[in-house]
Structure formats: C-alpha cells, structure tokens
Design a protein around this ligand. Structure first.
Ligand SMILES: *Cc1c(COP(=O)(O)O)cnc(C)c1O
Length: 418
C-alpha cells in the first residue's frame, strides 16, 4: 500500500521516525538536548547556510540539526505527523496555543494594517488583539457569527482602513454556543479585499473541532491554528500549540518562532506524539458520548435549550448548510441553558461528581463550566448577551468515560434542580 493512501491514524506510530537512528528504539526518544554535534566544520557551515537562508536547500537536503530553538527531532517528527491530518505542507509547534496565535498575528500584521476577527473569540486571543496589537498601531474590527458576507464587507468598509485589510481571523464553531462561521464566504471576502500582491490572509483557530472534524485549509484558509492543549494533547497534562499552512507561509512563522524562542520543548513534543497515537480513538469516543448526552439533555425538563452541532434546529437553514459543507462531525463540545439562571447553573455544577468543574476542553475526562462567569467573564457584558452567553448557560466538554455514567451524573445533578 502506498504510504500516502493510508489513514493518518495508521501513521501516527511511525511517520517520520527511523528506529535505526535511535538504537532500534520503537518509540522516538526524548531528545533532551540544547545543541547538536556537527560531524565536520564543513557540515556545520552547510547547515547554517540553509538555516539563515544564505542558499536554497538541495533537492533532497533537510535542515540539519543545529540547536533546539531552531529544530529538534521530537518537534520535527511531531510536525510531520500533524501535517497528515490537515493535509498541510508544513507545521510549527509552540509551547502554547497562545504563542502559536500571537506569533501568527505578529508575523503577518504591521502598523497601519487592519485585522478583521470573529466574535465570540477565545479570551486570550481577544485580549491580545484588542490590548496588544493596537499598541503597535494595528487597527482591529470584529464581526459576529450570523452576519452575512455583505454585512461583513460593510464593517470592513466602515472601519476607515478597508484598503489595508491584511488578515481575517476566525474561530468556528464559536465557543461556547457552537455558532458557525462560513469559511467559503470568508475566503471570498479575503480575495475581494486583496490588492494585487498584497493578499488578505484567512487564519482559522480550529481548536474546537480539532484536526479530525474540520479541515479549514481545505476550505480556503491560509493558516490553521490549534491549542494543542485541547484535543491534540488530550490528557489535561500539557500546554502546547500548533500552526499549519503552506511551506511559504510556514517559513515565515518558523522564522519568527526562532526569534521569539517560543517553540515547544522536546518533552512537550514527546508528550504530543504519545497523544497523537490515540487521537482518533479518543475523539471518536468523545463524539459518540456527546451524541448520547445531547439526546438525554433534550428530554430533561430542567434543560431549556441545547447548543450542539448534532441538533441544529430544522429551520436554521444557514447553520445546517454550513455544518454539512464544513464539519465532519458534531464534535464533543456542547452547551445548554438551564431554567433558573446562574443560581441553578451553579447548583448543577456543584452537584456533579464524575464530571469535573474546570475550564479547558478536549481531554479524556469530561469537564463542565459556566462561561458567563468563567471563560467569558472578560467579554463586555452587552456583547456577551448578544452572543447568547447568558447566566443560564453551562458548557460541557465530553470525555471518554462510559456515556451511561456521564448521563447518570448529569441526571442526578439536573434532578436536584426541581
Ligand atoms: C485554549 C484555547 C486557546 C489557547 O491555547 P493555550 O494552549 O491555552 O495557550 C486558543 N483558542 C482556543 C479556541 C482555545 O480553546
């Protein structure tokens, strides 16, 4: 069988690793080293010529190992494996999702540029865009899920900086309401607002559906980013991030990463490789569990409304259509409104036993939290209301436990409300 025809999950244990280079070890060792020994001075010179872009690589030449801020086997093999899921040309891993995101924003934006971003957006990203980028003279303007292409174009035009639009940055599905953003339509906006050689880039934070359930690069995105802390790491034991895209763009991302020095360390790289071996089985089970839980929640009288991609209302044709085109699964994140506002939401959260009360998502254990007072506490209260992040909303990240046990835990906590 041709290697390229194999499914990514079949290659997660072997791709990019040569046991004969590591004493036959079946697993890639942790290359806990800061620097690498050159065989000869000539080799060292040749490696540096490529690293500093003083000459192009020969056809089969790879960047030689120099120093762990530039490259390290644990990172390179991990990056090669991550490329398989998104069918990306190249990948860079970072010490956190935020470092992947901030590096991308800093590399592709300069003073006077305009950044268009979607709402709601991850709190850390929101802060970085509004508080940090603006300090460097970058103009920023937001749009909301549900707005049409024409409405978004209007926002760009009304910003007064439409002729300097440089990037459209989106997060879809939106956290925590699972509202969808149409990537095709964002692609069209990026093209329409590009000026000759000055292309508007489309960057997508794909953390919420992870590398299995949505492939933004196949829908016209230029860059896709992950908090690898979530599904990719998947065990709530490591903070990490990743960015993927074309070789041309990733060369720039990797260059800035070298100078910020925010690449992942070898131990993080090794942990993520361990995690990738089970990515598919974990996420499949999580999605299966979420489906069962959604079915249960829909029937419980204490639940007013659920926000889950597997139960988009029939009459919501817009979200139905985007879901079918863009998403490969309803995923394992769901939210729901509880009758009785914050009081009942807190009572419910305090009653949970198996499901833990914590932020973060995508891990093996199920987690519940209250977005309005926790993950989204920093969002302007008025905008929070508009986005449907109300006091009665609870968010659930579904893990790999048996769904009977998860449902039984949810049931006892919900029953306590009446
Ligand atoms: C967690 C998260 C981030 C930030 O990632 P870290 O690994 O915590 O730095 C960014 N975007 C989304 C959607 C997230 O859930």
């Amino acid at each position: 069988m041709n290697k390229h025809e194999m499914h990514p999950e079949s290659l997660m244990m072997s791709h990019g690793y040569k046991p004969e280079l590591s004493e036959g070890s079946i697993k890639c060792p942790i290359f806990q080293t800061s620097t690498f020994v050159f065989k000869t001075a000539e080799e060292g010179k040749a490696f540096f010529e490529v690293a500093y872009g003083l000459r192009e690589k020969d056809e089969h030449e790879e960047l030689g190992l120099i120093y762990s801020r530039l490259n390290n086997p644990d990172l390179e093999i991990l990056e090669n494996r991550l490329c398989l899921w998104d069918k990306a040309e190249d990948c860079a891993v970072f010490e956190s999702g935020m470092s992947a995101i901030s590096t991308v924003l800093m590399e592709f934006l300069k003073p006077g540029d305009l950044l268009l971003y979607s709402n709601p957006i991850y709190g850390g990203t929101d802060h970085f865009i509004k508080q940090v980028l603006t300090k460097f003279g970058i103009h920023v303007v937001g749009f909301k899920t549900g707005q049409s292409e024409a409405e978004i174009q209007q926002i760009i035009d009304n910003s007064g900086h439409g002729d300097r639009l440089a990037m459209i940055y989106v997060e879809t599905p939106a956290n925590p309401t699972n509202d969808l953003i149409d990537l095709d339509s964002c692609r069209k906006l990026a093209e329409r607002n590009s000026r000759g050689e000055e292309k508007v880039l489309l960057a997508v934070d794909n953390t919420y559906l992870g590398p299995l359930w949505q492939h933004p690069l196949q829908h016209g995105a230029d860059l896709v980013m992950y908090s690898a802390t979530k599904y990719i790491g998947g065990h709530s034991d490591v903070i990490a991030g990743a960015c993927l895209g074309s070789a041309e763009l990733m060369k720039r991302v990797k260059a800035l990463r070298t100078f910020f020095g925010n690449m992942a360390g070898p131990w993080t790289g090794w942990l993520l490789m361990r995690s990738l071996e089970t990515l598919k089985v974990r996420m499949d089970q999580q999605a299966r569990n979420a489906r069962e839980i959604a079915r249960f929640l829909e029937t419980h009288p204490a639940v007013e409304r659920i926000y889950y991609l597997g139960s988009i209302p029939e009459d919501d044709e817009r979200n139905q259509e985007i879901f079918k085109r863009q998403c490969l699964s309803p995923g394992a994140m769901l939210s729901f409104d509880l009758k009785g506002g914050e009081k009942n939401a807190f009572k419910f959260l305090n009653k949970l036993r198996l499901i833990r009360l914590a932020v973060s998502l995508g891990s093996t254990e199920s987690l519940a939290q209250h977005p309005a007072s926790m993950t989204h506490a920093g969002v302007d209260p008025e905008l929070r209301q508009e986005l449907g992040i109300t006091d009665k909303l609870v968010r659930l990240s579904v893990g790999v436990e048996h769904y009977d046990d998860l449902i039984s835990d949810l049931k006892q906590a919900l029953d306590s409300l009446s």
